[in-house]
Design a protein around this ligand. Sequence first.
Ligand code: ZN
Length: 146
Amino acid sequence: MSAPRILGWPQDQPLRQPVDRRVLPAAPLVDAACSYARRRQQPLYTLMSLSLLRAFEQAERHGQLTVLIGERICDEVLGWHPRMVWGELYDQVVCDLTPHHGSAPAGTTTAYRAGCRCLDCREANAATVARTARRIRVRKGGERSA
Ligand SMILES: [Zn+2]
């Protein structure tokens, strides 16, 4: 199956994973933000907006965050380039040329769609897997004895 196309997108270039929705590990940013807050002698919640703080706490819990949130915290809170937090990994993630394949086909059990590591593919796939599991449960529950 071929990758989805966007109108006007060059036909010879496969659609790439959306950069904003790619994931970075949270630990380097958590370390950087916490030591920044310690140096400033201010609690973290005074250094960022409520929405950013929620995203930060969620990242801490899940161990990862999107490039979009990572860049916003670097830019708006730390005043750093993301490369100062993640080093080469940031460049690798942002420049990753893995093609983006869109949503997963029904019944796919992998969390990733054809190797695409972006959150769009992963969430679409998780939703498909959940839907498929529900359908199977409904079918089994609907069986009646004659
Ligand atoms: Zn994708």
